[in-house]
Each structure stands twice: as structure tokens, then as C-alpha cells.
Design a protein around this ligand. Sequence first.
Ligand SMILES: Cc1cc2nc3c(=O)[nH]c(=O)nc-3n(C[C@H](O)[C@H](O)[C@H](O)COP(=O)(O)OP(=O)(O)OC[C@H]3O[C@@H](n4cnc5c(N)ncnc54)[C@H](O)[C@@H]3O)c2cc1C
Length: 460
Amino acid sequence: MNTDPAVEAELDELARLVPGARLVTDPGIVAGFLHDQVTALPAGSPRGVVMPRSTDDVVAVMAWATRHRVPVVPRGAGTGLAGGATAIDGSLIVCLSRMTTIREIDPQNRVAVAEAGVITADVDRAAREVGLMYAPDPSSVELSTIGGNVATNAGGLRCVKYGVTRDSVLGVEAVLADGRVLSTGGRTIKNVAGYDLTGLLVGSEGTLGIITSATLRLLPAPPRDPVTLVGGFPSLVAAASAVSAVVAAGLRPSLLELLDHATLRAIDDWKHLGLSGTEAMLIAQFDDADADTHAEQVTALFTAAGADDVAVSSDPRESAQLLEVRRLAYPAAERLGRCLVEDVGVPVSRLADMVARIEQAAERHGVQVVTVAHAGDGNLHPTFVFDSPDGAVPQSVWRAADDVFHAALELGGTLTGEHGVGLLKQRWLPDQLGPVGTAVNRAIKDALDPLGLLNPGRGI
Ligand SMILES: Cc1cc2nc3c(=O)[nH]c(=O)nc-3n(C[C@H](O)[C@H](O)[C@H](O)COP(=O)(O)OP(=O)(O)OC[C@H]3O[C@@H](n4cnc5c(N)ncnc54)[C@H](O)[C@@H]3O)c2cc1C
């Protein structure tokens, strides 16, 4: 891959510096590391991939990268949906997937310390062994890494009740661009010493430091299996008003998801579940001791909002089946064509307006869109479906996305609720941050990464 003798000499030096790490330059293998899930974006040609085994390895890698001015692309499992781990020309990809040790589970303080490459669900499984849980549950929970989740401030289905990844991170260990190790936070609930550097690194998309481990907050595991409700609605507006009613009633479901008609039709075309006549569907779960009472209240609210029928189950197998419809949404969309998954967020009260604006954008530009939403968070995933011989995103899709992003901002929302800016949304970011916000973001980046080596051109 690298025929330049100077580059080869630098890579030989790196291999000597991190003998325990895996350094890959074979083009066939490196090809598997060029993209995250956004394969429609063009990737550069990296020098290789290094897979460190320890924080010390990462320190050596970053000192080397600084010495030779090599840009670095941090990477976890590559499940990202914003192009944040897309390879850069001449870069070194630093893949943390071999740092898989859960260093500690501390039941007394309800804390876990996990290395960056630990799979998210493994932290939860380890916590459950001592009666605790790790709350963040992106749908990619069985694939994504803790480092990737922290770097993107990942959300998930349960965050309507338990918050996003940031709410579960008490501290991080990160290697800075020059190879210094920064440890932030700790295992105390309260901590106001200095600026909130933990908060700064959470969601920094690999642009401020390489996260090598995180100290994570654990919660008591729910006392029971969840009660699941599924309501079919005659219109999206009816479903959105049911969401508002649930929020206004002060109820705290552990999950509240919305599927639009196009999504239901896509699932039905595939699985024939009889969903096509339903205009919108809400799925809710309660996992607290009063779950049955709450389910009754929500059934009444769904019905008052116009739900045609509401199915309720507390049987774990039936619950899983009801939730399966939500899990089928993305693979069902993928059957229709190539997908560009978007991720806007609006205040919950503007949910119906946002869905209407998505539909208008799709119609105006003649593109196909299917939408699911973490409705309780006002976080929508309009997925643009397209066909193009070379895999590139057609201009009509970009124009529809442009409308959708500006609609989200007009409604008081955000370009991205949980996937991050990555490479995908950079051109719209100044529209949200404004000139002062952009300048402050840039100043922080310059202070921590003056040579611009950490994931340059991504995030801010
Ligand atoms: C089927 C599916 C479902 C999904 N569902 C959700 C969901 O419900 N909620 C949600 O929020 N996301 C979801 N995602 C998106 C994705 O899983 C998350 O963004 C996840 O946090 C990415 O983790 P990763 O380990 O794959 O990171 P990667 O994709 O490898 O990287 C993501 C970003 O983080 C940076 N990064 C990775 N590791 C580190 C590190 N150790 N230090 C510094 N920077 C790093 C990368 O440079 C990149 O910018 C889903 C993706 C898929 C494919």
C-alpha cells in the first residue's frame, strides 16, 4: 500500500514502538476500515490501521503521530451513522476494538470502569450480574463500543427515562494529540473541580482526544420485566398528540418510539404483519414497580388520542415480539434501496410539525423517506432511500436533507440528536452554532489539538 520509503520507515518505527499492538497495512484488510456505516461518503487512503492493546500503546501512537504530523482517525466498531470514522488520506486509523477489559465493577459506588473497546452490551451484562444495569442502549448495543458511544454521546431507546451516554459517564481517560494522558472526573456523584472536561470529551467525535477508558455510572436494575404497549393510530398527528399527553401526565416510560406509515408499509411488505392500514404506531414500555398501573393510564391516553387499538403485554416473550417491529424498521428500509439515515431533534411538542416537514421535503424533491422517532425525546430518524449506480448520494437527497435540517433548526431543534456531526453534517453545523458558537468550538479544538491531527475535518 505504501510505496514511499519515508512512510514505510515511519511505519516500521511505529511497529517497534508498539510491539503488542497490531499494525495492519495490507490493503485488503485496511479496506474494511475505510468507512463506518455511511459508505456513500468518499474515503481517503490511510497509511494503515493500528490496534492498540493498552493506554500506553495509544500514548506511543499519538507521540509518533505528533512527531511525524500524521492525522489520526480514532475508531471503535465502525457502526457510526455520521461518517465520523471515515478514513482520511495519509492518516493512521487507531482502532480501539482490542482494548476490551472491563477494569472494574464497583457495586458499592455503582460504577464500572471499561476500556474503550468493550462492547456496550457487555458492560450491561456485567452490571446485571451484581443487580445493576448500564442504561445507555443504542440499537447497535451488541456491536458498538464504549469508546464510540462516549465519543458520539450515543442515545438509544431507553434514554427517554435514563438519559443519554453523557448522563452515565462520570469520567474518562483520554490520550491527547501530543500523547499526554488526561484523566477527568472520578467516581463521585458530585464533582465541580475545574471545567467539565468529561462533558467536553463526551460527544467530541475523536477530535479532542482518544478515549481509552471511561468510568460509567450504573443504576439499580429495574425491579421487573417491562410492560410493553403498542398503539396503532389513524394519523401521525393523533400519535404525536398521544406522546404529548404521556409527557404532560408526568409518566416516565422507559421507551416511547414512533413509526410512520412509510416505515410500517416497508415492514409489512417484508413480514406481512398487517400493519399497512395503520398510519402511525407508538410503542411504549414501563419497567418500574407500578408499570401495570402506568400501562393502564397510557392505554387510556392512547385511546383518547384516537388509537384504533392498543396491545399490552407483560410477558417477556410477547414484549420482545411487540418491540421487534421497531427493530425491523431499519432493515426494512434497507430492503428498499441505499439508505441515508438522518437524526434531527426537536422539542417534543414539535414532533408532529417535524414529521410533516420531513414529508414535505421528501415530496418537494421527489425522494423516498421513512421515519422512526425516539418520540419521547423528540429525536427523529428520517431515512432517505435512494438508488444510485455508484452508491453516491443523489443531489435530490441532499436537497431534501437540507430542507429537513433547516426545518429542525426553525422548530427550535438540532441537526443531530445522537449520531453526531461526523463528516455528514459539517456543512450545516455553522447554521446551528452561529458565528460565536463556531469560534468557541474552534478555539477549544485549537487549544487541545494545535496541529489538527485528531480526526481533522470531522465534527466541528
Ligand atoms: C443498526 C444500528 C443502530 C444504531 N442505533 C443507534 C442508536 O439507537 N443510538 C445512537 O446514538 N446511535 C446508534 N447507532 C450509531 C452508532 O452505533 C453509534 O454512533 C455508536 O456510538 C458508534 O460506536 P462505534 O464503536 O461503532 O464507533 P465508530 O463508528 O467506530 O466511531 C464513531 C465516532 O467516534 C469516534 N471514536 C470511536 N471510538 C473512539 C475513541 N475510543 N476515542 C475517540 N473517538 C472515538 C470516531 O472517530 C467517530 O467519529 C446505530 C448504528 C447502527 C448500525
